[in-house]
Design a protein around this ligand. Structure first.
Ligand SMILES: [Zn+2]
Length: 238
């Protein structure tokens, strides 16, 4: 990404320098050649312009050719940083959307930024290892395998272990009982009425518009304690 930004900064510098130096003449000639050739020639100017094209910045160069106007250095830098960031986010979202096995992860991690639960590890340092374990399990892709605890074949093993495995009924009851004891009835019913896939994503950190921030914190914390118990019980197969 740094190389890309550097190339685009160099492009801006070439556009912004005065018309006297020979390098400006060469740049203008190479730019004209780039625009007039359907088969792009490999040259420094070609690399700079194809990079600009990749990040939707070629219109600025075209405007410069037509009018002689180009954004000043600081403004160009902001435009470059913004467009590279937008491009990287779009590429990330597209790649994630192509991975069916990461559909749960895409509900939890909705932005190209640090994981949403890292901020909770700062708020609750005494639960850091439990919350980090939630991040670890929530970041796993879906796998299909037989559950050694109940001999059931699970299409989504994590989902099965956390919400459905009969072998872990008592541990699961403790977790859901804590939600029943603390949450008001209306909020608990909202969680209970979620589709299981959405409920699991919510427990693993996904935000839900129907649930307030305090409830989300409490639920994730209680879930982290439950999940960490499963780690101790299932360490050999988890
Ligand atoms: Zn099972």
């Amino acid at each position: 990404m740094q190389t890309t930004a550097g190339r685009l900064q160099l492009l801006g510098r070439l556009c912004n320098i005065s018309c006297v130096p020979i390098c400006k003449t060469l740049f203008c000639a190479s730019t004209s050649l780039y625009y007039s050739n359907t088969k792009k020639l490999y040259s420094l100017c070609g690399v700079l312009l194809s990079t600009a094209e990749k990040y939707n910045l070629l219109d600025h160069v075209f405007h410069y050719i037509c009018t002689g106007e180009f954004p000043a250095k600081n403004k160009w830098r902001k435009i470059v940083v913004n467009e590279i960031s937008n491009h990287e986010k779009e590429v990330w979202k597209y790649k994630l959307s192509c991975r069916a096995d990461l559909s749960r992860y895409s509900k939890i991690h909705t932005a190209l930024s640090p994981h949403i639960l890292y901020s909770m590890t700062l708020l609750y340092p005494e639960l850091r290892k439990e919350l980090q374990y939630v991040i670890r399990i929530g970041s796993r892709s879906k796998i299909s395998k037989e559950c050694k605890n109940c001999n059931t074949f699970a299409n989504d093993y994590c989902h099965h272990v956390i919400l459905n495995c009969v072998h872990l009924l008592s541990e699961r009851d403790v977790f859901f009982s804590s939600l029943i004891d603390y949450l008001d009835v209306e909020t608990y019913v909202k969680i209970d009425m979620m589709e299981e896939h959405d409920m699991l994503a919510f427990f693993l950190g996904a935000k839900n518009n129907d649930v307030d921030e305090i409830t989300w914190h409490f639920t994730v914390i209680e879930f982290s304690k439950y999940l960490y118990k499963l780690k101790d019980i299932l360490n050999h197969v988890w």
